[in-house]
Design a protein around this ligand. Structure first.
Ligand code: NAG
Ligand code: NAG
Ligand code: MG
Length: 264
């Protein structure tokens, strides 16, 4: 059976190439978060490069750290992962586990049980930006990303929005804690409301005193302040390890997939 594999791969590659030749970039795939399409290939039919798959797993497991961009040879793979079904399925799994956990808690409903949500690639998705600019870009050095955020048109990551609504129905309060700077606070609030995040206990943006500090330092300090005010962080969800490492991380943490950028 093993010897069959190269042949199977070859035939599959041939079929894929034919499919691309037939459809080209006109191949329309309707994704919920973004009405965009990959320049080559299509979300569902990409043949993964196994080493890029290993790279992605290494990133998610936090074995690969401090990386600056997606490796060039994996840009196609990561783009197809992000725009295809697997990213959504992986996000759904994380949010489902978070809800399973939240449901088991015997909460007092005194308004002090909070769940910390990160914003970029957690509550909101910047996929339209990445789909347009490519997945190998250096995200935060780029002026173009700083032009995208103020548009305030990032869609919700649908799985996170569902979790948000379920947590609210359990009586849990939501705190958004983001690395977005204070001056993007208003547009961020507007964006959140526009896509369905209609209420929150706090929206914490990064004040200038944290400039030059890591996300771990900033977010730990802000979570500590929350606990000092008497809030109980029963859950914490983000797409970066820096959202869930450090101190005062909460009773349980949940890591959403993000193989597009790394923030320490
Ligand atoms: C839930 O908490 C209340 C108040 O602390 C307690 O009386 C009750 O027995 C708890 N229920 C369960 C199922 O643990
Ligand atoms: C959260 O952790 C604290 C400290 O370990 C513990 O006292 C508390 O009961 C936990 N709360 C929940 C909801 O598990
Ligand atoms: Mg994030």
């Amino acid at each position: 059976m093993r010897r069959m594999k190269p042949l199977v791969n070859f035939v599959a590659t041939l079929i894929l190439m034919l499919a691309i030749a037939c459809h080209g970039s006109e191949h329309g795939v309707n994704f919920n978060i973004f009405p965009l399409r990959m320049k080559t290939g299509s979300g569902g039919h990409y043949i993964p490069d196994v080493s890029c798959l290993s790279w992605r797993v290494g990133v998610e497991a936090h074995n690969i750290i401090d990386w600056k961009t997606v490796p060039q040879e994996c840009e196609g793979y990561i783009g197809n992962y992000m725009l295809g079904d697997q990213y959504r399925a992986d996000s759904k799994m994380v949010c489902a586990q978070a809800y399973l956990y939240a449901k088991t808690l015997n909460l007092t409903r005194d308004g002090r049980d909070i769940w910390v949500f990160d914003i970029d690639e957690t509550a909101l998705s910047n996929l339209p930006y990445y789909a347009h600019h490519g997945f190998g870009v250096e995200p935060f050095d780029r002026e173009s990303f700083n032009e995208w955020v103020p548009l305030g048109i990032a869609p919700a990551l649908p799985e996170s929005l569902k979790l948000y609504n379920k947590l609210l129905s359990l009586g849990i309060k939501i705190v958004f804690l983001t690395g977005r700077p204070d001056h993007q606070r208003e547009i961020t609030a507007k964006n959140l409301k526009n896509v369905g995040y209609h209420t929150w206990k706090k929206l914490i943006t990064k004040d200038p005193s944290y400039v030059g500090k890591t996300a771990v330092t900033y977010e730990s300090a802000e979570r500590k302040k929350l606990e000092e005010k008497g809030y109980r962080i029963i859950g914490n969800i983000g797409d970066q390890w820096s959202d869930i490492l450090g101190t005062n991380t909460g009773n349980r943490t949940f890591k959403l997939p993000d193989p597009v950028y790394y923030i320490s």
